[in-house]
Design a protein around this ligand. Sequence first.
Ligand SMILES: [Zn+2]
Length: 337
Amino acid sequence: MASRSFPLLRRTLFVSSPAPPFLYSPTPPLFLHFSTLPAAPLRQTHFKRKFGRQRASLSEEEEPTSGTPTMGGGHSRWKPMCLYYTQDRCTMMDDPVHLEKFNHSCSVKLGETESDNLVKNLLPQAFDYFLVLDLEGKVEILEFPVLLVDAKTMDVLDVFHRFVRPTKMSEQRINDYIEGKYGKFGVDRVWHDTAIKFEEVIEQFEGWLYKHKLWTKEQDGNLNEAAFVTCGNWDVKTQIPKQCEVSGMKLPSYFMEWINLKDIYLNFYNRRAPGMVSMMRELQIPALGSHHLGIDDSKNITRVLQRLLTDGALLQITARRSPGSNNVKFLFQNRIR
Ligand SMILES: [Zn+2]
């Protein structure tokens, strides 16, 4: 595989501040980042009514971050991720108090057992880059997080993260849906502040792919030396085409094939693990953040990917859509059904 230079990649962003380890926490991480974004006047009024109380209670709970879980003596204090930052919308990067409270690095550190020596022993892969994708939202897509992982170094080079506003739901239903889904993580406010429609997400995502030289609109074809990595087939096989239909869009050309990590896991370790949590448990990888917050799940899937790579797995395409149809061909005989 020819290696290419990526002048636009911002690797320094990720090496300068190591990501603190964090665990599934009984107390969800809080995301406090209010009054930094211009919001439509109508929505603003709505926020005040609906989230005013929660905002106050979050403020009271803002301080005790020192009580949040940490692991490993040498690590810095755990901080919740700034989800405005992951969407290129943090306006408080020069505020030391904010930086002290929130994590602004998207790097995913290898587990305690991995080391730089293992990275040197990685197999040559069929792809130069992996795009770890883990959608949220069963009815319509609510969150679209993608981590760009270098296949040679396993570094997370960049993150594309957007909250997605459903198109075919009433405001009331959206509010209930978001409260139920993201309220428990304390991120319903940032969702309302930043969510955009799926077609806009895809437009921005294509700009991001183009910036990283992974895809061009002109060629309208597959990804360039990169492949999506998902936990299961649902994300790319089912939910993306379903959302495209709801949003009245053509299925983008790059969603034709993907790597289902569960099938790789099954064929490499010869053990069945039906989901992300069971893969992590079997591999003894500590789970981080909030399960079913898409950005955190994507990071956890990236940890499983990193372990598979350091253990010597070859990541190959596991499923491919037939051109012009929704039929999917599964390329591994032995697979999770
Ligand atoms: Zn921030």
